[in-house]
Ligand binder design. Structure first.
Ligand code: NAD
Ligand code: TYD
Length: 351
């Protein structure tokens, strides 16, 4: 079996569903259930013995040690993190606590466990750390995309905390020989994403006739990776990645934020036209820019393609249609997550 941290979040829950469907191998899911964690995303596994949920903090070394000793996982996939840049700007403490200290605690517990393993189990063990392209900083319009050798230059408290965790992971491989793999991926989108992130936020605001907030001039560029493609890539890295290496994972889909929002609006116009007959894009509203807003992220994903044969299956056009259709079909999931804490954040952030 494997241990997944943060498996009730957006990517973690997609990963667990994908993993069990693809491999049938059991998963222990350690998640603190912050505002971003949601067990409803894993409702289809409710009575499935292959998914064991444990509510807890990656900083709880005693709990992690107990889980490792009790379940003897052959691998750990570490997703647990605070993941929203805007929240890291208004309150960075939790980002340091979970992303840096939490990764450190998990590494310490893992080191103790791994050192006690015997021959074959010790050789086969893997720790896969899920990170972000944001650690590389911001690109200019003509710069080549980020590769695995691009120097780190994180610009937000979020990306700085992820960069710190990547460095710890690297050091644990270099110093202790811990069998580490790191992946740095671009912006994910797909089912079960919490509606504080651009795509689900815009989709829900449009359906509710609310303004679609675009920071600055809307020309910032992100690379968009369909979450199902990301999950498949993680499986490939776990199975065949070279120890101590990092792999960039991207969708080859560079888009401006304005393009992304216009595309979501156009698909909604087609799938669920507004009652007042107006195009959803008429709700676009330019708002104050994010402080330190990175201009462009782009990923060169040739290494994972060359070494492991992984390429994304979805283009942005196919993936975004699936995503919009999923939200329209799952408004029950949405209604439950947009209560309480979500409303408070929207109120604080957008005024
Ligand atoms: P998310 O915010 O949706 O989910 C994070 C999960 O971690 C939640 O279930 C939360 O309850 C849990 N968690 C938070 N603190 C914890 C703690 N101290 N102990 C245990 N669990 C805790 O995040 P996501 O979008 O699914 O991202 C998953 C990982 O992928 C993160 O490490 C993130 O940095 C990375 N990543 C995400 C994206 C993206 O576009 N979403 C892009 C690149 C990298
Ligand atoms: P986000 O989904 O927060 O991901 P990240 O900051 O990690 O890339 O934002 C994606 C892009 O969309 C980013 O350039 C900020 C922008 N954005 C808006 O323009 N308006 C919004 O309301 C949000 C949440 C994001």
């Amino acid at each position: 079996m494997i241990l997944v941290t943060g498996g009730a979040g957006f990517i973690g829950s997609n990963f667990i569903l994908d993993w069990i469907a693809a491999t049938g191998e059991p998963v222990v899911n350690l998640d603190k259930l912050t505002y971003a964690g949601n067990l409803e995303s894993l409702a289809s596994l409710k009575d499935d013995a292959r998914h064991l949920f444990v509510r807890g903090d990656v900083n709880d070394r005693e709990l992690v040690a107990k889980l490792l000793a009790g379940h003897k996982p052959r691998a750990i996939i570490h997703f647990a993190a605070e993941s929203h840049v805007d929240r890291s700007i208004s309150g960075p403490d939790e980002f340091i606590q979970t992303n840096i200290n939490g990764t450190f605690s998990l590494l310490e517990a893992t080191r103790a466990y791994w050192q006690e393993l015997g021959g074959v189990e010790k050789d086969a063990f893997r720790f896969l750390h899920v990170s972000t392209d944001e650690v590389y900083g911001s690109l200019g319009p003509g710069d080549p995309p980020f590769s695995e050798t691009t120097a780190y230059a994180p610009n937000s408290p979020y990306s700085a905390s992820k960069a710190a965790s990547d460095h710890l992971v690297r050091a644990y491989h270099h110093t202790y020989g811990l069998p580490m793999l790191t992946t740095n991926c671009s912006n994910n989108y797909g089912a079960f994403q919490f509606p504080e992130k651009l795509i689900p936020l815009v989709l829900l605001n449009a359906l509710n006739g609310k303004p679609l907030p675009i920071y600055g001039n809307g020309l910032n560029v992100r690379d968009w990776l369909y979450v199902g493609d990301h999950c498949a890539a993680i499986r490939e890295v776990l199975a065949g990645g070279r120890l101590g290496e990092t792999y960039n994972i991207g969708g080859w889909n560079e888009k401006t934020n304005l393009d992304v929002v216009n595309t979501v609006c156009a698909i909604l116009d087609e799938m669920k036209p507004a009652a007042n007959g107006k195009p959803y894009a008429s709700l676009i509203t330019y708002v104050k820019d994010r402080p330190g807003h990175d201009a462009r992220y782009a990923i060169n994903a040739r290494k994972i393609e060359r070494e492991l044969g992984w390429k994304p299956k979805e283009t942005f056009e196919t993936g975004i249609r699936k995503t919009v259709a999923w939200y329209l079909d799952n408004m029950g999931w949405v209604e439950h997550v947009v209560s309480g804490e979500y409303q408070a954040w929207v109120g604080r952030h957008y005024g």
